[in-house]
Design a binder for this molecule. Structure first.
Ligand code: V47
Length: 365
């Protein structure tokens, strides 16, 4: 290769190319330049340079099971079709027996992670959450429990009358392995006022994540994009995550979440476009230089785009999933699960090597 010109047609990207080659940190203006550039292939080329530097041609997936134990939620976020107030005809909460039956029904499968997320239930006792983790561990002693977003953790701490650190310690003792990345949405006070005024603040979300890191728990991070946020607010969100990661280093994976409008308070909005989905993955890979992994969640952007994202900065396409409600309540047309062979085929045909991982990215096969 003589220079980047055959791969980059937008001259505005050339200074960013120089920084990427020199492994220099990108700043707010670089983030905006990347987002504003019409040269998607150029931005993808830059993100792919970083992705290959970190992971070669490996692409990860996991054999996991999702469990959404209850959709009862006191927050009422406008972008969410999943959460319902208590007493709503569509509200549900699983008993511990129902949860254990769901785990038992799939004991014959080589599941390595159970991903557990729910709404903010007003009155389920803290013991319910502890017993949930303990009971699942009894049934599947070696499984990794990735459970409860930072928002749920703050809510449980309040319910239990404990500090966040003591809440996390108690959950860890009951079997908690790591925290999923949900609930971050966009760290903009304007967006939070408009869409989720009752939700844990950005500072609160970051504090829970960093407390978890200090206790030795890894956590993920997300950004819900494609609703009312500006490009500036997206870049700001990424920079706040990067600054937090500089301090505690416990974030494992960043997952951009494409907004699904159906059945939400924003149902008049359109879906995200493929261009924006790929661009967002690529910008995340380039800005989050201290995040080991960028995951495209195929449930939200579809298997075909998730496959393409593997050459736009993503090194992970999540997993088998099987039963997912948050995106499907908001109108997702994707399947609710994919078999291992389908995931491996997507990865292989993208020119990558499929690597089955556990939650902490230890290689399984
Ligand atoms: O926090 C809610 C988002 C999140 C909608 O950590 C919506 O590996 C799109 O965080 N359209 C939960 N998104 C899911 C989540 C997640 C998913 C996969 C992997 C991981 C991980 C985390 O879903 C919520 C919220 O930000 N969400 N409503 C909607 N209408």
């Amino acid at each position: 290769m003589t220079g980047p010109e055959p791969y980059i047609s937008d001259a505005a990207l050339l200074p960013v190319y120089d920084k990427v080659m020199a492994q220099e940190r990108l700043d707010f203006e670089d983030g905006l330049t990347l987002y504003r550039s019409p040269d998607l292939l150029g931005v993808g080329f830059l993100a792919n340079l970083v992705r290959r530097r970190l992971h070669g041609d490996r692409a990860y997936y996991i054999y996991n099971q999702h469990l959404n134990y209850s959709n009862v939620c006191v927050n009422g976020c406008r972008f969410c079709a999943f959460g319902k107030p208590k007493g709503d005809p569509q509200a549900y909460e699983m008993s511990l027996e129902e949860i254990f039956a769901k785990i038992e029904a799939r004991l014959h499968e080589p599941i390595t992670e159970i991903h557990i997320v729910g709404g903010l239930h007003p009155d389920l006792p803290f013991s319910y959450y502890l017993e949930m983790l303990r009971g699942i561990k009894r049934l599947r002693p070696t499984v990794h429990l990735q459970a409860f977003t930072c928002v749920e953790i703050a809510h449980l701490a309040e319910l239990a009358g404990l500090s966040v650190a003591d809440t996390l310690e108690a959950l860890k003792e009951a079997g908690l392995g790591s925290l999923p990345g949900g609930g971050a949405e966009v760290f903009s006070s304007r967006i939070r006022r408009e869409l989720c005024p009752r939700k844990l603040s950005p500072e609160g979300w970051l504090q829970v994540a960093q407390t978890a890191h200090r206790l030795g728990l890894r956590t993920n991070a997300t950004m819900l994009y494609g609703h009312l946020e500006t490009l500036e607010e997206r870049v700001e969100h990424l920079l706040r995550l990067r600054a937090a990661q500089d301090e505690t280093g416990g974030f494992l994976t960043f997952i951009p979440l494409a907004f699904h409008p159906a059945n939400t308070g924003l149902s008049h909005l359109s879906h995200t476009t493929g261009f924006d989905d790929l661009k967002t993955i690529a910008v995340a890979r380039l800005m989050l230089d201290n995040f080991p992994h960028i995951k495209s969640f195929w449930i939200m952007i579809g298997p075909k785009l998730a496959q393409l994202s593997l050459t736009f900065g993503a090194d992970d396409i999540d997993g088998t999933v099987i039963e997912e409600r948050i995106t499907h309540m908001a109108g997702a047309q994707t399947p609710t699960g994919l078999p291992r062979q389908a995931l491996e085929r997507l990865i292989r045909e993208a020119g990558c090597e499929p690597v089955e991982r556990d939650t902490l990215y230890n290689v399984i096969s």
